[in-house]
Design a binder for this molecule. Structure first.
Ligand code: KG4
Ligand code: ZN
Length: 331
């Protein structure tokens, strides 16, 4: 089954053709990063307009790269949410139109299911598993008994971890996109700042706004004393606290649920500190850890095409009344 998948939930216009949920035939990603960098963050209105300008070009490109035409495609898949509503709508309208014209099924995919199934492009998922989803909009621990079954164990009570990274980056004067640069700086510095470990309790929930505020307050106090904070050290202290709590709660979830497989998903899965922390902990606890290659960590349509195959098997199919959802739980 060849699925042509579309992802446009934020600032990447991406189209991919995926065979049977695991074989990547072609992927095209058009990133708007350079444009949004001028504004220090994603500007939703600009993002939607750029998706409109590029979507048909990216679809054509993905087909050309695969050496295929629409006759070779069995179904269309699209991210329906969560994300920026204007951006989502562009991908959704394109997918609905294709499904209508070519009279082929339309498969709705939750963006986070996509991030999780990015791992299926690397290695077939083994169940039961725990998924740690860490992105600009999510920080969640999910238990999966089998394919396309999602039980949320806990999530962030305030900022998502990627969001906290981006905000801390701004405070320590690191340009957008902040996450990857803070990660890089963290390895150049030392853990010298006294920052709290956020929501260090028995739940599976996370909270990053307190940690973010602690960074802001420290930076502010130093400025009032006429000092500058040491960027590298602040990045290192911040990253260490984040990684500590993510690793601690993830390892506890694995233990509590008697699960031996861990997958990490979402943009922050690219974080080198987190990769290192989880790799070490999983080695010690004999947990089978899968983290996608860097190219599958950030938004792409390949992950949507991979998830779509299993969504379809579960019976997920949409009609032309499918609507975009800015906020929606993974079910
Ligand atoms: O999954 P993603 O591409 O988009 C969302 O669905 O949110 O994740 C983007 C987020 C951004 O907040 C970005 O700063 C963060 O992932 N990110 C990182 C790293 N690479 C991307 N955060 C920390 N360290 C990184 N290496
Ligand atoms: Zn994402």
């Amino acid at each position: 089954m060849n699925v042509l998948a579309i992802e446009s939930s934020c600032d990447e216009t991406s189209v991919s053709i995926i065979k049977d949920g695991s074989e990547e035939i072609s992927t095209v990603i058009l990133s708007q990063m350079d444009t949004h960098a001028n504004y220090g963050g994603v500007v939703p209105e600009i993002a939607s307009r750029m998706h409109v300008e590029n979507i048909t070009i990216v679809i054509d490109e993905a087909l050309k790269k695969a050496n295929m035409n629409m006759d070779d495609i069995d179904a269309f898949a699209v991210t329906y949410g969560p994300g920026l509503i204007g951006s989502l709508l562009v991908g959704l309208m394109a997918a609905k139109t294709l499904s209508f014209i070519y009279n082929k099924p339309l498969i709705p995919v939750h963006h986070i299911a996509g991030h999780i199934y990015a791992n299926n492009l690397v290695k077939r998922l083994e169940f039961p598993l725990i998924a740690l989803v860490v992105s600009g909009g999510h920080t969640e621990l999910i238990y999966m008994k089998e394919d396309y079954s999602f039980e949320k164990l806990g999530g962030t009570l305030d900022d998502a971890v990627g969001e906290a990274y981006d905000k801390v980056a701004r405070v320590i004067n690191v340009p957008y996109p902040g996450g990857p640069l803070v990660d890089k700086l963290a390895f150049e510095g030392e853990d010298t700042y006294d920052l709290p470990i956020p929501l260090n309790d028995d739940s599976y929930n996370f909270s990053f706004s307190g940690l973010k505020s602690a960074v802001i307050n420290l930076a502010h106090n130093e400025k009032q004393r006429g000092n500058e904070i040491i960027k590298e050290n602040m990045a290192c202290s911040f990253q260490n606290r984040v990684v500590e709590i993510l690793v601690k709660k993830t390892m506890r979830a694995l233990k509590d649920y008697g699960v031996k497989n861990l997958i990490v998903a979402g943009g922050v899965a690219a974080n080198k500190g987190l990769r290192k922390g989880l790799t070490e902990a999983c080695l010690e606890e004999e947990i089978n850890l899968i983290i996608p290659e860097m190219k599958y960590c950030t938004d792409n349509a390949a992950m949507i095409g991979a998830a779509a195959y299993y969504a379809y098997k579960r019976g997920d199919k949409a009609g032309l009344d499918l609507n975009a959802k800015a906020v929606t739980e993974l079910k």
